[in-house]
Write a protein that binds this ligand. Sequence first.
Ligand code: PMP
Length: 431
Amino acid sequence: MTDKNAELFERAQRVIPGGVNSPVRAFRAVGGTPRFISRAQGPYIFDAAGQRYIDYIGSWGPMILGHGHPAVLEAVQKAATEGFSFGAPTEREIELAEEIISLVPSIEQVRLVSSGTEAAMSAIRLARGATGRPMLIKFEGCYHGHADALLVKGGSGMATFGHPTSAGVPPEVVQHTLVLEYNNLEQLEEAFALHGDQLACVMLEPIAGNMNFVRAQVPFVRRLRELCTQHGALLAFDEVMTGFRVALGGAQSLYAQLIPGFAPDISVFGKVIGGGMPLAAFGASREVMSLLAPLGPVYQAGTLSGNPVATACGLATLREIRKPGFFDQLSATTASLVQGLDAAAQKAGVPMVFDHQGGMFGFFFASELPQHYNAVLATDKERFNRFFHAMLDRGVYLAPALYEAGFVSAAHTTDDIAATVSAAAEALALG
Ligand code: PMP
């Protein structure tokens, strides 16, 4: 390939490890040349060679309104004019905190940070500080960013590269991290029976988007909530991906509809709350959050935390998605995409399964939906890779690894969905 993308990839690899600043962008799982994006508008991204793609990555989740939404653009431009960063508090941080809290009843206070990694890492520290206990549970295939203690069997990018746990993480650092199978009640009971009084926290991706799309089953979440309460461990929902994406109140609002009185103790957010700018947050009850510095003994800080341009972007985004009917419309668009793809797969006689919620979807080349990470690994990877490239060749940009979820935005039109479905029909017919 002699196009501009290949040229840029070669140049990038000289100065940036692997040519990318986040591993999955390198197309290592699917092979081929990563596309270097020069601009985006609405549901489309354009690469350096001028090729247009219908974008189902949306910056891995944040771009729920599509790219360049006028209200968001205006808010960001105005904020940038007023100043990039002050290192002092601003009214907009309060507004964003108020907005988040008003949409997520389980939290009374939030702290803003700059990435999901930071938010999850801080949530763990807070849980350990609150309980005075060292241990935490996470689940195989769930990714919570790349803080050392959470970087064990993290699915997603790590799965792509065949390293379940990163080098450079000493065993002592992860000795307090217990990794269990997702949706496995037996292992959960056993872990609490053995370590209940040492557990600070259980961290869960309620819909695991880092192994494509796997839901935590309702009985599993119900029992997890009971066990945490009984043993005095905090239940942390990592809603970096699902927050303000699968529903306005995040995945926790869906479980609260199915499990009376359900709420996590700590919530972690990112992606949509920044609208594409570096912004994330963690929140909990006032009692737990007041353990943070400067009020309490758990230290946590950030030079760019609550950045004025990022908060303007996030706030404008949240104000759009909370408008009446937004999620109904977004969910209907996602459902029509999934139904179209499903019909195309059936017509082509290709075993494929799908799931979706709000503006997030997943699909597997398998005959039933996987319930945990090993089942995800057993789906047809070669077929996925061929499908990915066939779609890319037809101007549809899916996540370049089967371990990743897909994202639909409010900017995707009926025509975009129809074009995607007809591209899929052609791609599936290729075998
Ligand atoms: N938690 C989840 C569920 C995520 O999906 C991600 C990123 N994909 C993170 C945490 C880490 O967020 P960031 O990449 O912003 O550090």
